[in-house]
Design a protein around this ligand. Structure first.
Ligand code: SAH
Ligand code: SF4
Length: 366
């Protein structure tokens, strides 16, 4: 990320910071130490100005200032919902926009929902992101930047040890994280480092539509797994989550069962969108139980959020409730995800829809 032709150091990994130190003439044997100092200032203190760095000589600070910035991405829009949900639209570069959503008080905690790609190459039939044309991977820096912008706005610097607002991170925004694995992995390394942002890997959840060959690698990183299931037989899942044709349920579930360290305190989350007369019957719930039997897991029932042009309707409230109660009665936690931030279009599957529309209409009046 460049401002006035100067790259920002915010969002860089330790090895990138070391490289940058080399670029401004820091002797090789000092680079690691300097990079670590910067790390602490950037990710623990959240500084925006090199002048506050008290443990570096003036001339080094001057050099840093001359060559780099501590800028964040441009925040194009900031919205706060009646229910406390916040949403930011950031613009890492012209034409590339990403939404970040903060959802307060989820079980004594707050989750930040971030994106791994702009758009998505998969075309789940009920998801608005999948219809977006523009697709590119976000860099690790752009992924970390989402947290930085949210922490800035929540005033959450230096990294607090107690009473945090952002306690968890979920990769549940736009994109398929496992199709941008390297950058997601680097971002997780930065986000989870105890000397900086310090959000532990058990508090980071990566949601995937089921990219089977990458799931083991995800497990090695030690983050929590969420799987967008949505259907319990291949015929229906082929339609709802078309990547199922490539990685059908049997393979998907073999990979889930092999995910490391699953236990009752370390459960897989199954996301299940409730679509009227499509996947919401008690028979569907029975099939779901059969599939997940023996896997330490919970099911997140997501009422479908409609978007302009979508073919589906959300299940009736009573149906969703019955589905949830059936799973609970059979020993699985299956909360209905409260729709949050609807007034600011921050709910699942709504990301970007309004901003795309708005920008299109703006273009018309140009
Ligand atoms: N691409 C990843 C990460 C997105 S997570 C994945 O699919 O897992 C966002 C969750 O919201 C996914 O489970 C997704 O299937 C679900 N979702 C998408 N569109 C939705 C909509 N319109 N209503 C409700 N949930 C939706
Ligand atoms: Fe992509 Fe996930 Fe949407 Fe499917 S549900 S199109 S994988 S963002």
């Amino acid at each position: 990320m460049m401002v006035d032709n100067k790259p920002s150091l915010v969002g860089l990994s330790l090895s990138e910071l070391k490289e940058k130190m080399g670029e401004i003439g820091v002797p090789e044997k000092m680079r690691n130490m300097r990079a670590k100092q910067l790390w602490r200032w950037i990710y623990h203190y959240g500084i925006k100005d090199f002048d506050v760095i008290t443990d570096m000589a003036k001339d080094l600070r001057a050099k840093l200032k001359e060559n780099f910035t501590l800028e964040r991405c441009e925040v194009v829009e900031r919205l706060v919902s009646k229910d406390g949900t916040r949403k930011w639209l950031i613009r890492p570069e012209r034409g590339i926009e990403v939404e970040i959503v903060y959802i307060p008080d989820v079980a004594r905690s707050g989750a930040l929902c971030i994106s791994s790609q702009v758009g998505c190459t998969l075309n789940c039939s009920f998801c608005h992101t999948g219809t977006q044309v523009l697709v590119r991977n976000l860099t690790a820096q752009e992924i970390v930047m989402q947290l930085m912008v949210a922490r800035d706005d929540l005033g959450e610097w230096p990294t607090p040890f107690e009473n945090r607002q952002i306690t968890n991170i979920v990769f549940m925004g736009m994109g398929e994280p496992l199709y941008n694995f390297d950058n997601v992995e680097t971002a997780i390394e930065i986000l989870s480092d105890g000397e900086g942002i310090a959000i532990g890997r058990r508090r980071i959840t990566v949601s995937t539509s089921g990219i089977v060959p990458e799931m083991n690698r995800l497990g090695q990183i030690g983050v929590m797994l969420a799987v967008s299931l949505h259907a319990c037989n291949d015929k229906l899942r082929d339609v709802l989550v078309p990547i199922n044709k490539k990685y059908p349920l049997e393979e998907l579930f073999a990979a889930i069962r092999a995910y490391p360290d699953l236990s009752n305190s370390n459960r897989v989350t199954f996301e299940y969108v409730m679509l009227k007369d499509v996947n919401d019957s008690i028979d569907d719930a029975k099939d779901l139980l059969k599939l997940i039997k023996g896997i330490p897991s919970k099911v997140n029932l997501i009422p479908f959020n409609p978007w302009p042009g979508s073919d589906y309707v959300c299940s009736d409230r009573a149906k969703v409730k019955a589905f949830s109660e059936f799973l609970f009665a059979n020993g699985y936690s299956a909360p209905i995800r409260r729709t949050r931030g609807q007034d600011i279009l921050a709910a699942c599957g709504q990301l970007r829809s309004e901003s795309v529309k708005k920008r299109a209409s703006e273009r018309k009046t140009d």
